[in-house]
Design a binder for this molecule. Structure first.
Ligand code: SF4
Ligand code: SF4
Length: 385
């Protein structure tokens, strides 16, 4: 009789790639061990399965928040021969899923050299707006009374340019996550349960619940000590982004509904929202970069650090250039700062569906599936008395 060998990838599902086979192997070990059941959503979801299909593996990989808790707790981590490292195995599959579900799929290859993708996009965005500013103004250093940057780029020109790119980014992300959802959630659930699940999933996203390590003390970052700073810096980043988004939304309403055009005074609602969001997008990315530089190399996939750091740096630069533009908009630096800010924002929008930004969307979908699934009867117990 052939006994189960936890070091060997299962041959249950031959279509799995190497990364997926490794997650399948590790989940089979974890499913027998179950020591980490209370740490996060991955382990309760795991215990609802005896085997792990490709869709299950994609779902679990995106449910993992890479908090490191299960690696530091694991008695089967290296140097044990089982070499269990769930966060690393999950991180590798996560990247595969971003590339595989990307829309259009050919663009998924941008995830493979994402640091370079971000750098080239930023360079192209900056070159575009520096050239446009030179064409319009003749130089980059002309002061405009009141800091009215719409004299350089009219509002409707910017609205069309950025609206088109942002619209494409939203479409690409929506179609990508829809493909992911259809693969991992083929079954439907009662509408009442869906509502409760959606509320719970929203709360879990908003609180970043599963960055608390399961005990409330936070992630492991550099070593066995827990820290809540990863969760806090994610919150600064997430809510900073949402406030900047709100600032743009309010400014658009002012422009089209109230016929009140920018530049707005510092005390106005869009500028106050923008300053608050901008500060969040300075503190959050700076903190995340600091943690990333100190992170234990066994956490996650080292090969993805250029993607992580490139995205963090782009967010930071978008915010820093936006705040600098606000501070110096009534000086001769207006043209240069505007070109830099618009170029970086354009690079951010262009790469949104093919950068680390996607992790928030895919993880939210996985959390929604988790909240729906946990309300269904456990298929493992369903057949027992
Ligand atoms: S990560 Fe290790 S300790 Fe945790 S459930 Fe898996 S095998 Fe057990
Ligand atoms: S790294 Fe954290 S979130 Fe991921 S499976 Fe382990 S405990 Fe769960």
């Amino acid at each position: 009789m052939q006994l189960f060998d936890p070091k060997a990838p299962s041959d249950l599902i031959p279509v799995l790639n190497l990364d997926e086979s490794e997650v399948q192997r590790q989940m089979t070990v974890c499913n027998a061990c179950r020591y980490c059941e209370g740490f996060c959503a991955v382990f309760p979801a795991m215990t609802r399965r005896l085997e792990f299909s490709q869709a299950d593996i994609h779902y679990l990989a995106n449910l993992c928040h890479n908090c490191g808790a299960c690696l530091h707790a694991c008695q089967y981590a290296a140097p044990h021969e089982f070499e269990i490292n769930v966060p690393k195995a999950m991180a590798k599959v996560r990247l595969d899923t971003y590339a595989e579900y990307a829309w259009p799929q050919v663009m998924g290859t941008l995830y493979r050299r994402n640091g370079l993708t971000l750098a080239l996009s930023a360079g192209a965005g900056l070159a575009l707006f520096l050239c446009l500013t030179l064409m319009v103004m003749g130089n980059l250093f002309t002061a405009i009374p009141g800091g009215n940057f719409y004299e350089i780029f009219p509002h409707n020109t910017l609205a069309v340019m950025f609206g088109a790119v942002f619209g494409f980014a939203v479409l690409a992300l929506t179609l990508g996550v829809r493909r992911f959802w259809r693969n991992v959630s083929p079954a439907d659930a009662p509408a009442q349960e869906k509502t409760a699940a959606a509320l719970e999933a929203t709360a879990n996203v908003a609180r970043l619940k599963f960055l608390d390590g399961g005990h409330g003390e936070g992630c492991n970052n550099a070593d066995d000590r827990f820290t809540l700073w990863r969760r806090r810096f994610h919150h600064f980043t997430f809510y900073g982004f949402m406030l900047c988004f709100a600032a743009t939304g309010v400014a658009t309403l002012y422009h089209f509904l109230l016929d009140w055009s920018a530049p707005y005074p510092v005390s106005s609602l869009p500028v106050m929202l923008g300053i608050s969001g901008g500060l969040g997008l300075l503190v959050g990315p700076a903190g995340l970069l600091w943690l990333n530089l100190r992170r234990n190399p066994e956490h996650g996939d080292e090969n993805q650090k250029p993607m992580d750091r490139g995205f963090i740096a782009l967010l930071f630069l978008v915010s820093a250039s936006g705040l600098a533009l606000l501070a110096f908009r009534e000086t001769a630096a207006l043209g240069l700062l505007l070109a830099i800010h618009l170029g970086l924002v354009m690079a951010f929008f262009l790469t949104m569906p093919y950068s680390k930004f996607a992790h928030g969307i895919f993880r939210s979908a996985a959390l929604l599936k988790y909240s729906i699934e946990k309300r269904q009867p456990n298929p493992i117990n369903a057949g027992s008395d």
